[in-house]
Design a protein around this ligand. Structure first.
Ligand SMILES: Cc1cc2nc3c(=O)[nH]c(=O)nc-3n(C[C@H](O)[C@H](O)[C@H](O)COP(=O)(O)O)c2cc1C
Length: 275
């Protein structure tokens, strides 16, 4: 199996956070040596152009661009390539369509999966790396497997060199160590990066999450909100709306303070280099 090298100085990948990520967060994570992610969800071409230019203002290092819409305009991928981006996250609903176009443009497809059928599909379609999301994840949960179930089995399937990024419920340096020991090449963290200065969420929601515990999170299966098709792990009370800025993963209780995203990368990766 063809193996690429992940563009990381340290094995930390910021997960896509939809409206809560942005050029500032993604650029800061990549500049700090991790891999930042910017969600592109069928915005207008002009809005995409502005966001990509802003991102380039923060860093010239690689950033992962998450193509989350089912039918992205063809020009969106072309714009990203024109701005020098080569790393794209795709999913089961758009990977089949995007992977050939990404490869034709000289890019790489990092394919997010949550089931073993999706792993087989991604590999058979030419994914360059797998992103494994576990059932402990914050926000849209698209897996019923733990990292302990997913990572060793996928690693055995793909061999030692193939890049496997894994996350869902991770918050601490120890969590990352455990994930790498299971066989992942890098760790994938969403909630930890939501609770940073750079994330695009109301400060009042960040503080609400910081004061909450993992036991207060619920898996919301109502057909409402931004991703009604998948259950969302979020802070749930009768009065709180289903908004992305209140999504959080099972590692929430381990997260304290609102540091900068660069500080998070530094703390989580102290003493580590690319696996
Ligand atoms: C605030 C927030 C927003 C999210 N938005 C999206 C999204 O728009 N699209 C998506 O595919 N995943 C989204 N996710 C899921 C993350 O990409 C990732 O799978 C998850 O955060 C990993 O679990 P963790 O939060 O426990 O680290 C979101 C997660 C959070 C916490």
């Amino acid at each position: 199996m063809r193996s690429i090298r992940l563009p990381l100085s340290t094995p930390i990948v910021q997960a896509p956070l939809g409206v809560c990520d942005g050029p500032w967060l993604a650029g800061t994570v990549s500049r700090a040596g991790g891999l930042g992610t910017l969600t592109l969800s069928a915005p207008s071409l002009e809005a995409t152009r502005v966001r990509l230019a802003r991102l380039r203002g923060y860093t010239t290092r690689p950033v992962l661009l998450a193509l989350t819409a089912e039918w992205e305009k063809e020009r969106v991928l072309e714009l990203c390539l024109e701005h020098g981006f080569r790393h794209f996250q795709v999913f089961w609903w758009n990977g089949m369509r995007q992977v050939r176009r990404i490869h034709a443009g000289g890019g790489l497809a990092l394919w997010q999966v949550g089931t073993f059928d999706q792993v087989d599909e991604a590999l058979s379609q030419g994914a360059d790396a797998l992103i494994l999301q576990s059932t402990q994840a914050g926000g849209p949960v698209r897996s019923s497997h733990t990292l302990e179930e997913l990572v060793p089995r996928v690693r055995a399937l793909v061999g030692a060199e193939f890049p496997v990024i894994a996350g869902g419920g991770l918050a601490t340096k120890e969590d990352i160590k455990r994930t790498l020991e299971l066989g992942a090449s890098a760790a994938f963290l969403g909630t930890r990066f939501l609770l940073t200065r750079e994330a695009n969420a109301p400060l009042v929601h960040k503080h609400r999450l910081l004061q909450a515990q993992t036991q207060q999170l619920t898996l919301d299966t109502r057909l409402v909100g931004q991703w009604p098709c998948s259950p969302r792990r979020r802070l749930g009370t009768a009065t709180l709306p289903d908004v992305p800025s209140l999504y959080a993963g099972a590692g929430l209780s381990q997260i304290h303070g609102l540091p900068s995203a660069a500080e998070v990368v530094r703390r989580l990766s102290a003493g580590r280099t690319q696996a």
